[in-house]
Design a protein around this ligand. Structure first.
Ligand code: NAD
Ligand code: DAU
Length: 352
């Protein structure tokens, strides 16, 4: 008998797969249902190691489809939802904002409605946990950090859609008393990261001696957190965070893009036995991202002081683990870049 039945949305994506792995392994008495549409970013190969776990179940479906969700929620009567499903890439949001409105805003409201429907005012031991981003706070200049109280000021269609979803989650708490928690995290890095984002894209291109596209002058700053530490933070907030509260999550680890790319070049040259300086020659400055936010930095003091969370690895350790993972899992990269990962669902689930 499972103590809790949890829905994790977007569990086949980068962060979602780490959250699913953590909850399946840490809480064997929870049933974890992973709902994912398997868009280009969803890859069930990310969870190969969990697919036969007795407390894990995968369901393919779309959070914008309210009728489908109603059937699913009636069937499983979830005690909690950890919502990660989203369109997550800023550059794609610039070319196709509507996809972001549909999944990130409409999809989130659909899920809130389903929780409201099945919980029907009986909120004890129930929780809707919304996973969001630091980008909702807009951009910083050279100084300062985002606090939970920083006013929202999103700049890209992606961050505007995430900000909107955060507002709906708050509104459902305020208006209907729905039990919710929100976390806003900085840039994640680690294994299973789709190679359209900075770190995995650079690793892939360095490996293949392809140009390394650095936007603008490479001076924009991001705060990087190891994905396993994000999953740990979600676990802590899910179980111990205050109802209705927001928690910022970050690595206190700011890097200019160009410095980070150079660091990756050095690390990869040494791992691949290449002469020092070989990969840096691949750096190629390209047209800047439209509306490119200059700097993000998170103050995670509330999470650290109230809930005792700390990152478990330094950036050097996390980056080393990440590069090693990509080097030992080149088949994963080949499947993602060739599109072969899309066949995995067909092979695994066609007769289930
Ligand atoms: P991702 O793009 O790797 O994964 C998103 C997942 O959602 C994919 O598996 C995709 O198939 C699924 N999905 C997309 N649309 C769907 C739909 N309509 N119905 C069901 N499933 C759908 O994203 P990620 O980087 O793992 O980010 C996960 C969450 O964390 C997002 O909400 C994102 O905003 C947030 N976040 C990401 C970062 C980061 O650095 N990547 C930082 C802070 C917050
Ligand atoms: O801050 C959290 C956010 O971090 C998440 O909410 C988003 O889902 C996630 O995608 C990420 O957004 P960014 O836009 O910061 O990540 P990205 O990896 O796309 O880019 C990181 C920085 O590197 C950014 O300043 C743009 C730059 N960049 C990116 C790519 C893909 C390049 O210079 N070259 C590139 O090829």
């Amino acid at each position: 008998m499972n103590k809790k039945t949890l829905l994790i949305t977007g569990g086949a994506g980068f962060i979602g797969s780490h959250v699913v792995r953590r909850f399946v392994n840490e809480y064997p008495d929870y049933l974890i249902v992973n709902l994912d549409k398997l868009t280009y970013a969803g890859n069930l190969e990310n969870l190969k190691d969990e697919e036969n776990s007795p407390n894990y179940l995968f369901v393919k479906g779309d959070i914008t489809d309210a009728a489908f969700l109603e059937t699913l929620f009636n069937q499983y009567q979830f005690d909690g939802v950890i919502h990660l499903a989203a369109e997550s890439h800023v550059d794609r949001s610039i070319s196709n904002p509507m996809e972001f409105v549909m999944t990130n805003v409409v999809g989130t409201v659909n899920l809130l409605n389903m929780c409201k429907m099945i919980w029907n005012g009986q909120y004890e031991n129930k929780l809707f946990y919304h996973v969001s981003t630091d980008e909702v706070y807009g951009e910083l200049g050279d100084d300062g950090k985002f606090l939970e109280t920083t006013p929202y000021d999103p700049n890209s269609p992606y961050s505007a859609s995430k900000a909107s979803s955060d507002h709906f989650v708050r509104a459902y708490h305020h208006t209907y008393g729905l039990p919710v928690k929100i976390s806003n995290c900085s840039n994640n890095y680690g294994s299973h990261h789709f190679p359209e984002k900075l770190i995995p894209l650079m690793i892939h291109n360095i490996l293949n001696m392809k140009p390394l596209p650095v936007y603008g002058k490479g001076e924009n700053v991001r705060d990087w957190l190891f994905v396993v530490d994000h999953a740990r933070a979600i676990d802590v907030i899910f179980h111990q965070g205050k109802m209705g509260d927001t928690y910022n999550i970050g690595g206190n680890n700011e890097w200019k893009n160009i410095d980070l790319v150079k660091l990756l070049c050095q690390l990869m040259d040494s791992k691949l036995g290449r002469e020092e300086g070989t990969s840096e020659k691949l750096i190629h400055y390209v047209t800047d991202r439209a509306g490119h936010d200059f700097r993000y930095a998170i103050d995670a003091g509330k999470l650290m002081n109230e809930l005792g969370w700390q990152p478990s690895v330094t950036f050097e350790q996390g980056l080393e683990k990440t590069v090693e993972w990509y080097l030992s899992n080149q088949e994963w990269l080949t499947h993602v870049t060739s599109g072969a990962y899309k066949n995995y669902y067909q092979q695994m689930y066609s007769n289930r």
